[in-house]
Design a protein around this ligand. Sequence first.
Ligand SMILES: [Zn+2]
Length: 68
Amino acid sequence: MPRIKKKRILVPKPRSRFVVVVCPNCGYKQIVFDHATFPVTCSSCGTRLVKTTGGKAKILGAIERVLG
Ligand SMILES: [Zn+2]
């Protein structure tokens, strides 16, 4: 009996996502990339919203919503 090789297609789970972060200082809502490799600051008041810690981003504000 011939063996039929099943091709396995690996679908990588998306680890990164976009989140709506509320600025703790002024309440401005901003969409930031959860795995940002660069610091993100509030475009309204300039407070840092995302801190980068050795590759992984740390979100400093409150996450209001996760997009996708
Ligand atoms: Zn702000």
